[in-house]
Design a protein around this ligand. Sequence first.
Ligand code: NAG
Ligand code: NAG
Ligand code: NAG
Ligand code: NAG
Length: 447
Amino acid sequence: MRCYLQTFLLGMIFVFFSFLYVFNQLASTLEDRDGWRVKEHGIPGRKSHDTGHLLRKRPGLEGLRDREEGLDRCKSQSVSYWNPYWRLPADVCGVNCLLESSFSERSSSAVKAESRDERSHLAVVACGPRLEETITMLKSAVLFSKKPLHFYIFAEDELHKSFRNTLESWPWRVRARFNSTIYPITFPTENAREWKKLFKPCASQRLFLPLILKEVDSLLYVDTDIIFLQPVEDMWALLSHFNSSQLAAMAPEHEEPRIGWYNRFARHPYYGKTGINSGVMLMNMTRLREKFFKNDMTTVVLKWEEMLMPLLQKYKLNITWGDQDLLNIIFHHNPESLYVFPCQWNYRPDHCIYGSNCQQAEQEGVFILHGNRGVYHDDKQPAFRAVYEAIQKYQFGDNLETSLLGPLETSLQTTTHTYCGRASHLLTKKLKQSIMSVQQDTTRRRR
Ligand SMILES: *[C@@H]1O[C@H](CO)[C@@H](O)[C@H](O)[C@H]1NC(C)=O
Ligand SMILES: *[C@@H]1O[C@H](CO)[C@@H](O)[C@H](O)[C@H]1NC(C)=O
Ligand SMILES: *[C@@H]1O[C@H](CO)[C@@H](O)[C@H](O)[C@H]1NC(C)=O
Ligand SMILES: *[C@@H]1O[C@H](CO)[C@@H](O)[C@H](O)[C@H]1NC(C)=O
């Protein structure tokens, strides 16, 4: 009898360890897959896709193939992740994902719908001394947004660590509301060398986002000198206003043709009466990648990636503002593809420098502030600088009304010697509403 018991116990132990071994193997194959992706970090485009394909062919994953659907969440995000694994961005995961997808009851479509509906995807390109400015922009995005965010930060390699450290230093309550991926400045792997010869990497990165982030459907691109004064999801919602031919959205470069730049000086075609500004740009990249564009280089319509190089070659001697000029040329020839949103979504010194000329901001206030021409860092437009510094100095957790709005209103009072300072109630109008709304939410949650 004792002998039986011993054999039985031994048997059980053996079975237990076999199970552990098998599980471990499965888990490490998946981990491998993520490992590959991380190494691929320089080339998030097609290459990582190929890698995924290769790995899927390996016998170890054969059995997992039919779970591929369930593993959607774990799919190719090829980048440097810094969150602890339990907070990895939605589409990346290691062992925990195996657990979830094998044992959880949730259907894959439920998971998909969840991630499809909620997030706003925000991209920025930061080079040189733009770190602090970019962090302030991201801060304004998380401060007022209620829906989850995903940040795509393209930055020079030297800046990656500082971005990671700063975002990690934010309180967990704040970090729980966004995920982020940091990318190096790259060109699409195809023809990378040729691209490099023609384009300055940092300046033109945004033109390549649809080709680099091939798996991302839509994106809100903003310059580093943007401050959100309302939730990002309000801007994101404009995507659903696109008609069937629209694939990008921008604001006019000028409201007032008499001081417009393109209509007075440009030596190339531009969109509409005064051109468009690309500092705040919504893109449905799925459509952008599929579209055939009319152009003035050939009589043939061209895909986005086929068009960029010839376009630059044709116009390189005539363009002044780099890739924004190229976007103007493109949408000059394809006006039906552009959704033009009003100036309060991209409010610049031009809108108040000689008197207020952005009508929509007069009515509803400024939604998104764009401190171009370096106005956050010099004394030319103190009203813009005051908003920037108020957000920059604000510490997470402090009372928004007394620690942000109050000090801001005080410092705006010292700017009334400028036209923009006299219009400063427009800068705080929407901001006040955003702050009230966040505070109401917070008190409701406490109850
Ligand atoms: C970030 O990713 C994690 C893990 O995939 C997910 O559970 C969480 O909801 C995501 N957060 C946001 C704000 O998207
Ligand atoms: C560039 O500008 C010059 C001078 O205005 C003009 O003659 C020329 O046609 C322009 N080139 C293109 C490609 O438009
Ligand atoms: C972008 O366009 C595609 C194709 O028309 C569509 O399926 C998708 O829902 C659009 N994305 C958004 C966020 O509207
Ligand atoms: C979409 O709107 C733009 C701008 O109003 C217009 O030019 C275009 O013809 C519209 N497209 C369709 C399919 O209605």
